[in-house]
Design a protein around this ligand. Sequence first.
Ligand SMILES: N[C@@H](CCC(=O)N[C@@H](CS)C(=O)NCC(=O)O)C(=O)O
Length: 208
Amino acid sequence: MSKRILWGIGSGRAFRVHWTLQELGLEYETRPVRTRTPAMDTEEFQRISPRKKIPVFEDGSLKLFESCAIATYLARTYGQGDTVLLPTDPAERARCDEWCYFTAMELDATSLYVIRRHGDLSEIYGEAPVAVECAGEYFARQIAVPEAELADGRPFLLGDRLTVADIVMIPCLNWAIRYGQPVPENLSAYRGRIAKRPAYKAAFAICY
Ligand SMILES: N[C@@H](CCC(=O)N[C@@H](CS)C(=O)NCC(=O)O)C(=O)O
């Protein structure tokens, strides 16, 4: 068995990977590197992550960054039986990818991360109150998309099974709640149900 190592704790992006590993029941080692701490400045970490970001995941000689790519890789490589986290039907698989890209781009990169960069991290990225306000308005518009998707009462984004799409989405909902952004009631209930999963709780205990 190749050695699996996950670099990164204390962040929603790292949490996606911890959670996927827990859902798949895989053994791995955690390297407790948090953002903007001295752990990021070590030579060892910078060899692993020249761009000084978490998460980074090693599976033997394979090294990957980008939380959605890592979660998808793990699901595709190790998911089986009850732990299949990706649809097998090509159209459904495309829907799963669609949700991952949507969440990473529209909810994370262009909304919540803008609020964080120019709010909590404004000493690094600069004050930009207009950008923060617009990002909040944009988030409120984009969050209506998964709200509408779950309006038919389905338990997960793609129907009746947890997929990588949910694993990518839920940390953004956690983040939005922490930042006081509006999270519609049905998404809040969806999040609350999924957070009861043993794998979610195990990942949370390791990551935070
Ligand atoms: N798109 C990347 C984002 C990675 C990222 O920005 N990670 C943050 C922590 S959540 C980080 O390492 N920030 C350090 C920095 O920007 O200096 C992913 O999803 O993995």
